[in-house]
Design a protein around this ligand. Structure first.
Ligand SMILES: [Zn+2]
Length: 426
């Protein structure tokens, strides 16, 4: 199994459940992970995975314990953490049990409303982002039906409760989202982090999604470190065990988030524009962070984080060049360029760049042909598409970030469909 598949298998929870904390804590690997605390009075469930994983999680849970679920806690409102509720509700109805208390941050409700408003749009986005794990088939989100919280944590308030003879503490911190809470279970030295820890480079600058918060992310890690926990249940990936290991993953994640944030801020203060900041940031990424096992770009990646830090403090005018303030259509620009040089010259040059391994530059040049010949069915256009397909496939092969891989690979596959259609027309 290659590293990409290995990383993704862990990310989507393809590993057996784990038991820890003197046998009363469990983690079920899923998309995303589900944390369980088993007490004499019943169960606390921290996150309930996606709708599609609901049955798998529930069946696994019922091989571990048959106690009733008394609390459900949402780490945040993403669809892979609070939509797997159907089998849980079914069981409660069948056994005529009381509904569990459901705890979440107040912003989860805003998120649920937003998902309902943008259901079709998010379904499209998620079909792109999750294409390689079946996102294209079936609806990833289906946000119209939600299981809403009954206990709502407001603002930065902390929330503590006692259950089954133990105390639990919930804290709000921003990072991947503005609605995150994480849980500390001091008697068994466990923290349940949700997606503030995903065993990959933090998913802080997703290209499809709204603003995320690198500085706050670092601060959340530092708050968690104060608990000196022995176990960390992450939102995705395997259980993290041992005080030193937990401390290490939290501190290196804090360090990388501070690094990206502070270096972008420094360059903004130096009057630099995005392109310069981005390329300088690629040069200065310390090897120690780049190669750290918990910061592997399995899901998100460093490049995306640079965008996130920049967008915290900047608008959309990215280049400082007034040409880009009210830009023409890129197809019209390409048409003008094709008037200057022969299409074949561009095509040959793009091919040479591809052969020299300059994949990104090759894409920019071949796009001039594709955009410039818009809707003109010709052999040159077909050749340009064939080249772009090859370049994208080559790029996808080298990509370790799940999100980046899916974006590039989807585009390659859709070009392949166009090529096939075009060739069938002949
Ligand atoms: Zn999330």
């Amino acid at each position: 199994m290659n590293e990409f598949n290995n990383g993704i298998n862990k990310f989507i929870g393809n590993f057996p459940p784990q038991t820890f904390g003197d046998g009363i804590c469990h983690m079920i690997g899923a998309f995303g992970n589900v944390g369980i605390v088993e007490t004499e009075d019943g169960l606390i469930i921290f996150d309930i995975a996606t709708r599609q994983f609901g049955n798998r999680v529930f069946n696994t849970l019922r091989t571990i314990t048959d106690k009733p679920i008394k609390y459900i806690i949402y780490s945040h409102g993403h669809f892979d953490h609070c939509y797997g509720f159907s089998p849980i509700i079914q069981e409660i109805e069948n056994k005529k049990w009381e509904m569990p208390k459901i705890i979440a941050h107040e912003n989860v409700l805003n998120r649920f409303e937003k998902y309902k408003m943008l259901d079709e749009y998010h379904n499209w986005i998620n079909s792109q982002q999750f294409a390689s794990i079946g996102g294209r088939e079936g609806r990833a989100t289906s946000a119209q039906k939600t299981l809403n919280p009954t206990i709502i944590i407001k603002g930065n308030n902390e929330f503590s409760f006692e259950f089954g003879g133990y105390k639990f503490h919930l804290y709000h911190d921003m990072g991947e989202t503005d609605d995150s809470i994480w849980m500390h279970f001091p008697e068994k030295d466990v923290i349940f982090t949700g997606d503030l820890m995903i065993s990959s480079f933090p998913n802080v600058g997703n290209p499809y999604k709204v603003q995320r918060y690198p500085k706050h992310w670092a601060m959340a890690m530092e708050k968690m470190m104060e608990k000196d926990a022995k176990f960390l249940v992450p939102g995705h990936g395997a259980l993290i065990e041992g005080r030193d290991e937990v401390k290490e993953v939290l501190s290196v994640t804090a360090e990388v988030m501070h690094f990206v944030h502070d270096e972008v801020v420094k360059r903004l203060n130096e009057g630099k524009w995005f392109e310069q900041i981005y390329h300088e940031m690629l040069e200065i990424f310390p090897r120690r962070l780049k190669e750290h096992k918990i910061l592997k770009p399995t899901y998100g990646c460093y490049q995306f984080a640079i965008h996130a830090a920049y967008r915290l403090y900047h608008g959309w005018y990215n280049t400082g060049n007034p040409t880009d303030l009210f830009p023409a259509k890129s197809n019209d620009i390409a048409k003008e360029l094709l008037k200057l040089n022969n299409v074949k010259e561009y095509l040959n040059h793009a091919k040479t760049l591809y052969q020299d391994g300059e994949l990104q530059l090759s894409l920019h040049i071949v796009d001039i042909v594709i955009k410039g010949l818009e809707n003109i069915q010709s052999k040159d256009l077909l050749d340009a598409y064939k080249l772009k397909y090859k370049v994208l496939k080559e790029k996808a092969k080298k990509e370790t970030s799940f999100i980046a891989y899916n974006i590039i690979n989807n585009a390659a596959n859709s070009i392949k469909n166009d090529i096939d259609l075009f060739e069938n027309l002949k």
